[in-house]
Ligand binder design. Structure first.
Ligand code: PQ2
Ligand code: NAD
Length: 213
């Protein structure tokens, strides 16, 4: 399989269809909802988690078998049934209409695959094995999750604010780059990892003060 091109999709408010309502579909639906997707599930049976989401009106459930027109106007589709032939059929329909398609039992039919994901606030760590071993992707993600904990979400907030201030107050882009690269080093990473957020704040303030000199 050729190498996949990594992107971060904005699916907020966009129509996402999941075909199938089992445990794999439930995992994919959770991921879509987390990012603000408008999720519709078509399946004659639903996993209890999906039933709950339907009752809470977080998703729309079409309680029947898949029909070709279900993909109309969808931004992306995930074919997650236990019927390989049907999953291929869904993929072929989407490919024809240039709709993004993920097929849970066949990477070759996917226009996108899902990585194992660890999030802390705006920090996103995504691990892919290009379909070679999803289980390994999960284990690598779990290892990374032990290192990149909640402190990183907090530190990112601080760095994001600093960057905004720099964009507003320092018109020289070379200077901005220099300031940010000088601040964000392996040493800062270690401070964040050790939970020394006060020291991180101090470094950021020092950075701001140096701009006024
Ligand atoms: C990462 C993760 C993201 C997510 O789903 O959110 C994900 N699979 C996860 C787990 C997982 N999946 C499977 C196992 C059992 C062990 C094993 O088979 O290895 C485990 C392990 C477990 O559950 O621990 C079975 C499996 N998966 C695929 C096939 C079909 C095939 O390969 O042909 C089969 C065989 C089905 C069968 O046996 O019939 C296919 C795909 N699975 C992918 C993603 C894409 C490639 C990702 C990559 O490697 O880059 C791809 C191509 C399409 C896609 O689904 O996007 C998620 C981790 C969630 C987490 O972080 O906890
Ligand atoms: N990609 C992954 O991460 C991953 C992981 C494990 C398994 N799998 C694969 O995913 C597939 C699904 O696994 P599962 O555990 O969720 O299976 P499951 O049996 O729990 O769910 C299958 C779902 O498909 C629905 N379905 C069947 N025919 C349908 C139709 N005509 N229209 C709409 N929905 C229909 C069923 O109602 C059911 O809800 C398996 O075949 C397996 O090969 C993929």
């Amino acid at each position: 399989m050729s190498l996949s091109y990594p992107v971060n999709l904005n699916i907020s408010g966009k129509g996402c269809l999941v075909v199938g309502g089992g445990s794999v579909a439930a995992r994919k639906v959770r991921g879509l909802l987390e990012c603000g997707g408008k999720v519709c599930v078509v399946s004659p049976m639903l996993h209890p988690l999906l039933l709950k989401l339907t009752e809470e009106k977080q998703i729309v459930w079409l309680n029947r078998n898949f029909q070709a027109e279900d993909i109309n106007d969808k931004f992306l589709v995930i074919a997650a049934t236990d019927n390989a032939e049907l999953n291929h059929e869904v993929a072929a329909l989407c490919t024809e209409k240039n709709i993004l398609i993920n097929v849970v039992d066949d990477p070759l039919w996917c226009s996108f695959t899902l990585p194992a994901v660890h999030r802390q606030g705006d920090l996103l760590i995504a691990v892919s094995t290009n379909g070679k071993s999803p289980a390994l992707a999960r284990v690598i993600k779990e290892e990374l999750a032990e290192k990149f904990r909640g402190e990183f979400a907090q530190a990112l907030e601080l760095l994001g604010n600093l960057r905004e201030t720099l964009f507003a107050e320092c018109p020289d882009d070379k200077m901005r780059g220099k300031v940010l690269q000088g601040l964000v080093t392996g040493e800062l990473l270690k401070l964040i990892e050790d939970g020394q957020l006060e020291v991180v704040k101090e470094r950021i303030n020092r950075c701001l003060l140096s701009l006024q000199d």
